[in-house]
Design a protein around this ligand. Structure first.
Ligand code: SDX
Length: 421
């Protein structure tokens, strides 16, 4: 494989090394570009620009492949627990039985949050969007755990990771309960991570509650499918904020805000709102397809398209199958599922979508499952964040352990040249 590339500029030949990944991805190492040539690159949205070398997640957008630390998403989603996958992402390997027991018990030990979080929660109006509340509560974790993460102390860093994994679902479920005016539930030591999430989200004080196997199994699968996705917008934000040596909690809080956007994690909420709009409008999917293709119409087919996947998002395939299974097991006939399937079929045969390689992504079907579980639409992106947390932690840890420099992109200035007042 060639190990360098040549650039000719103003008659001078410059050479730059090539970097090869383990999956044969190749990059031009342009660390010395400006020093050698005075040139910089320009790449809005970083569509052609790698920000780092990473060992955590591999995507092949053309083949529709997703692997965490080399394991296929299909194997992980169908055979493992979310906490096992979190351990894999953060520490590089699936846990042994002993490691898993310790990891799970440490998380149980840290799962209570300071009661004063209820005072913070109380200050938010019921109308507040839960992503804004969750980002604020995650930032507040710093105040209650002031010792910022000393990544050189293995014990300190392990505790910070466990604290986040343990408290995040509590803060997320409390956010949901607050919005609905419902009493807050505490995690139970007897339950698994995902059982506890269901317990805290859905248990009512006036009757016994036990989450069904169907609910726990599909929640576990959804959390795994959302756990990491290489250098997406929110993960890049977590890395960028962490590169200034801001703390882990502050970096994660920034990732929550980035995920909130409707072009990113907020798309799962936008998909259901779109499907509902189509249903209320009479179900004419062709009308909305035409809107999505009309350059003068800002309407986009939410849940379709992806920066990397130019084939099926492998997660969408798994979620679509799970949606069918869950709705039939729960005996739910949701008209928006039929609309979603019709939209998918029509888009996959429409030249506009085919030419642009726009396929359903992770967000297209996930909201249908969350809705079937009784999770309100505004909470869908919070569910995405709970899943993505171990990925954010793993990526932040890799960035800091690799001693990566503070992120500070260049620009091409196009404003006014010097002028006198
Ligand atoms: C996630 O990066 C990740 O890994 C993200 C994620 C993760 O796990 O972290 O996978 C999660 O964010 C999934 C994506 C969720 N977002 C949506 O579903 C929102 C709808 N999709 C789009 O807005 C769009 O497809 C993006 C934002 C996902 C990707 O946008 P790109 O790569 O910047 O592509 P683009 O906007 O330049 O679009 C290319 C063309 C354009 O048309 P032309 O100018 O070539 O004529 O495709 C069109 C776009 O107008 N297009 C769409 C479309 N998506 C792209 N047209 C209609 N409907 C759409 N959904």
């Amino acid at each position: 494989m060639a190990d360098e590339i040549e650039l000719i500029y103003k008659g001078v030949n410059y050479k730059f090394p090539l970097v090869h990944g383990t999956e044969n991805e190749t990059a031009i190492d342009i660390k010395t570009l400006r020093a050698q040539t005075g040139l910089i690159t320009l790449d809005p949205g970083f569509k052609n620009t790698g920000s780092c070398q990473s060992e955590i997640t591999f995507l092949d957008g053309e083949e529709g492949i997703l692997r965490y630390r080399g394991y296929s998403i299909e194997d992980l989603a169908n055979q493992y627990s979310f906490i096992e996958v979190a351990h894999l992402l953060i520490y590089g390997d699936l846990p042994t039985t002993e490691q898993l027991d310790k990891f799970e018990n440490d998380i149980r030990d840290y799962a209570l949050v300071d009661e004063d979080f209820k005072i913070i929660l109380k200050s938010f109006p019921k109308s507040a969007h839960p992503m804004g509340i969750l980002s604020s509560l995650t930032s507040a974790l710093i105040a209650f755990n002031p010792s910022s993460v000393d990544i050189n102390s293995e014990k300190d860093f392990y505790e910070a990771i466990i604290m986040l994994l343990a408290k995040f679902p509590v803060l997320a479920s409390w956010t949901h309960r607050k919005m609905k005016g419902l009493p807050l539930n505490y995690p139970s030591y007897e339950l698994s991570y995902t059982e506890n999430l269901a317990h805290m989200m859905f248990r009512m004080p006036n009757k016994d509650f036990k989450a069904s196997k169907t609910v726990v199994s599909v929640l576990n699968k959804l959390l795994i499918l959302h756990a990491d996705h290489e250098q997406n917008c929110s993960t890049s934000t977590v890395r960028m904020v962490g590169s200034s040596h801001a703390g882990l909690f502050a970096s994660i809080a920034s990732g929550i805000s980035a995920l909130w956007g409707p072009l990113h994690g907020g798309a799962n909420q936008a998909v259901i709102e779109m499907l509902e709009e189509i249903r209320i409008d009479g179900g004419d999917t062709q009308k909305f397809m035409a809107k999505a293709k009309d350059k003068n119409d800002p309407f986009r087919l939410m849940g379709f398209g992806h920066r990397v996947y130019k084939n099926f998002d492998p997660r969408a395939k798994i979620i679509k199958k799970a949606a069918d299974e869950v709705l039939s097991e729960l005996g739910i006939d949701d008209p928006v599922l039929d609309i979603a399937k019709r939209l998918e079929q029509e888009a996959l045969q429409d030249p506009y979508f085919v030419d642009r390689k726009l396929y359903p992504n992770v967000d297209f079907y996930s909201g249908i499952i969350y809705r079937a579980l009784g999770i309100p639409t505004e909470m869908f992106t919070v569910m995405f964040a709970i899943g993505r947390l171990p990925g954010w932690i793993a990526q932040w840890k890799e960035m800091r352990f690799n001693k990566e420099p503070i992120g500070r992109p260049r620009q091409v200035y196009t404003g006014a040249t010097h002028r006198s007042p």
